[in-house]
Ligand binder design. Structure first.
Ligand code: MN
Length: 323
């Protein structure tokens, strides 16, 4: 997914201490174009932008593809992060500059490590009637953010815990560990719970967590979390009590050790300074949009029937990372 906001804000993102359960509201962001998908974004935002290393959360659908629901995101760059795609319905074709071409279906995770730089396209297939899922980004720690880009795919086996069914698509939870690469201690999982059921989910007390509700109105440690909202819990908890309420619950749990680093996010780039983000933008515009160097930082995507996305203008404000 690309951040297709017309004037993306440059954000200095510093870890924030969570006390009690915080509830983050989504904001609606159109992905551009008259026929484009609208996503509900809960990260980043002013009050909180990091849950462990998770720095971006887009939730979309269920949208019928007939009309306005299609996903067609032309090649665009990323740096310093991993993208995690997880679907509830539909089918998306991913192409990237490592040469990876992959279809993603519900129950499968696509994890793309941008590292020093990558570009990719994402297109819903002709077989898709409805699109419904999440795209999440993980900030890479400073020590790992210059790795060469790579692409991974996994289909986690479901794990039962009482009435709950979990699909662990990143990191570890309840004895299940995803095969995809994590660069810091973290977890990402789909949680399903029948109406009226509850679960005491054992978690790593070193982690903060977020519960992104897809459907249902659960209580997280007693606090009601509405659909498309993100409930955040602090470190120091051995388990999370989650009650489904009157409807079946489907949610995505994300978490990790507090990131401990301040980052600068703008458009599709994660860096450590304004100047670095400016340099990433200039390289994208010169190498790919102007076509100067197809073997540069961002490589080349084969097989996408169209042009790469030019970067928006940079804001004039000069931001510095906070400590
Ligand atoms: Mn993307």
């Amino acid at each position: 997914m690309s951040n297709l906001e017309k004037d993306p804000i440059e954000r200095v993102v510093a870890p924030a201490v969570c006390e009690g359960v915080e509830v983050l509201e989504p904001r609606e962001v159109p992905l551009g174009g008259p026929r484009a998908l609208t996503v509900r974004r809960t990260l980043p935002q002013r009050a909180r932008s990091l849950i462990g290393p998770w720095c971006f959360a887009d939730h979309y659908g269920p949208d019928p593809v007939e009309g306005i629901g299609a996903m067609d995101v032309p090649p665009h760059p990323h740096t310093g992060l991993q993208t995690v795609s997880w679907l509830f319905a539909g089918e998306i074709e991913h192409r990237d500059s490592t040469g990876a071409v992959a279809l993603i279906h519900p129950g499968q995770v696509n994890l793309m490590t941008a590292g020093r730089g990558i570009q990719h396209s994402e297109v819903s297939t002709a077989a898709t009637a409805t699109l419904h899922g999440v795209q999440l980004w993980l900030a890479l720690p400073d020590a790992s953010r210059h790795v060469a880009p790579f692409f991974e795919h996994d289909e986690p086996a479901p794990v039962r815990l009482g009435d709950a069914v979990l699909h662990v698509f990143a990191g570890s939870l309840v004895g299940s560990t995803s095969s995809v690469t994590a660069f810091s201690p973290l977890v990402g999982a789909q949680l399903d719970l029948p109406a009226g059921a509850s679960v005491d989910l054992p978690v790593d007390p070193a982690f903060e967590h977020g519960l992104l509700v897809d459907s249902g109105t659960p209580r997280l440690l007693g606090t009601e979390i509405a659909a498309s909202h993100l409930g955040v819990t602090p470190t120091g908890l051995e388990s999370l009590r989650i009650e489904a309420g009157d409807e079946p619950l489907r949610a995505v749990l994300i978490g990790g050790a507090p990131f401990g680093e301040s980052i600068v996010m703008w458009w599709n780039f994660v860096g450590r300074s304004h100047d670095e983000v400016v340099a990433f933008r200039e390289q994208w515009q010169a190498e790919v949009i102007a076509g100067a160097d197809a073997a540069g930082r961002f490589g080349h995507v084969d097989g996408y029937p169209g042009s790469a996305l030019p970067a928006p203008e940079l804001p004039n404000v000069r931001l510095r990372p906070r400590d």
